[in-house]
Design a protein around this ligand. Structure first.
Ligand code: PLP
Length: 397
């Protein structure tokens, strides 16, 4: 079936944080302005309808009319194994998989389970803000191995710095984000093997947040670190999820893969028991078996939107430094070329253009001059957002 991703579906009145969460968004300080004319492109969820087989699977669950405590059938685990074998040539055992009602939840559990207060945890800023908060809120210490950006805005790992930080006695964990939010880098086999070697040598546990791993550009390949550094798999805990791939963040379904039984037991001990919702179970089984046709069309659509956006910016806002990311549906725009303060950039975009993005400073001080935009929305909406922003920067052209 052919999906029409250009269709604008009105999400107001559906408890959507993007479209109904104005007060919360203002309270957490993302913006001062939020009204019925705001185009919200700040959070990583899509304004695009999900695969048709999934709608049918969820209807079947609704039609049953009873929504009691539920269990994970064998089919659930088989569907997870099937997806990762087929899409990423990565195999693991059924008992390696632990369900978590969300990735940020799993992150906090991992921090508490595998480290103690005061321990150092390496992250690579600029990075998804809950990496920092999961460390700091649990009384652990952020050890920042900042990614380095070259002239073209391409980010790479500072391995010398990474090794030095991993060697420190107090460093116990590394949280990898791959594909990396917000830079869009997909780390290659060499990089992943190097990271894993350094971590294993220095007894630093690897937590790999790979929930963006299915959304990659057409010429790119994503390799799970537990596959790239197979011999170190017992030292790696991986998070995967249906939320980014299939626009199912509201169903809270993350799978934590832990091949090491001792680590699994420790993680489970802190996590406690979480039964699933019947909607989560039927959704996961459906998308991991019947979601590929939709996903391929979605990727094509996102690639097209990215190409359009980069061309548009080159023409209308040539001072913006931006590149098509290797993975994710996120664009990371460097606006330092305008020579105005981050506050003025914010004012022009959020208050004057009335487009809601995320200020780069939220991802660490490395992001100060940047804005993050999530583009998995109907292209007419994205075009309107970029046109509004460009208008507010015309005088600086
Ligand atoms: C790298 C990364 N991890 C975790 C999350 C949040 O996942 P969840 O909604 O499952 O907690 C996001 C959402 O944008 C993300 O980009």
């Amino acid at each position: 079936m052919k999906y029409n991703f250009d269709e604008i579906v009105n999400r107001r009145g559906t408890y959507s944080i993007k479209w109904d969460g104005g007060q919360i968004i203002k309270d957490i300080g993302l913006t001062e302005r939020y009204d019925e004319d705001t185009i919200p492109l700040f959070t990583a969820d899509m304004d695009l309808p999900v695969p048709q087989p999934l709608i049918e699977a969820l209807h079947k669950t609704v039609d049953h009319r009873i929504f009691g405590y539920s269990v994970f059938p064998d089919e659930y685990f088989k569907a997870v194994q099937h997806w990762f074998k087929k899409r990423h040539d990565w195999e693991f055992k059924k008992e390696d998989i632990i369900y978590s009602p969300g990735t940020v939840h799993a992150l906090n559990v991992a921090v508490r389970a595998f480290t103690k207060p005061g321990d150092g945890i390496i992250i690579q800023r600029p990075v998804y803000p809950p990496f920092t908060s999961s460390i700091e809120a649990n009384g652990r210490t952020v050890v920042n191995n900042a990614l380095k950006s070259n002239e073209e805005g391409y980010y790479s790992i500072d391995f010398e710095d990474f090794e030095q930080k991993a060697k420190d006695e107090s460093t116990k964990m590394f949280i990898l984000c791959n594909p990396h939010n917000p830079t869009g880098r997909i780390f290659n086999t060499d990089e992943l093997r190097k990271l894993a070697d350094i971590c294993v040598k220095n007894d630093v546990l690897i937590i790999a947040d790979e929930i963006h791993g299915d959304i990659v550009r057409r010429n790119q390949t994503f390799i799970p670190i537990a596959k790239a550094a197979e011999e170190h798999a017992k030292h790696i805990v991986t998070f995967t999820a249906i939320n980014k791939t299939f626009n199912l963040a509201g169903l809270h379904c993350t799978n934590v893969t832990i091949p090491n039984p001792e680590l699994r037991q420790t993680f489970n001990g802190v996590m406690g028991m979480h039964l699933p919702s019947p909607f989560t179970v039927s959704a996961l089984i459906s998308v991991y078996h019947d979601g590929e046709e939709w996903l391929e069309q979605l990727k094509e659509y996102i690639d097209g939107t990215m190409e359009w956006a980069v061309e548009f910016l080159a023409e209308k806002m040539p001072k913006v430094k931006v590149r098509i990311p290797e993975g994710t549906y996120i664009m990371w725009m460097d606006l330092s070329g305008y020579g105005i303060s981050p506050d003025e950039v914010h004012d022009r975009i959020y208050n004057k253009a009335n487009v809601l993005l995320e200020d780069g400073k939220m991802f660490g001080e490395e992001g100060l001059q940047y804005q993050r935009i999530c583009i998995p929305s109907p292209r007419p909406m994205i075009k309107e957002a970029f046109a509004r922003i460009a208008r507010e920067f015309e005088d600086l052209k």
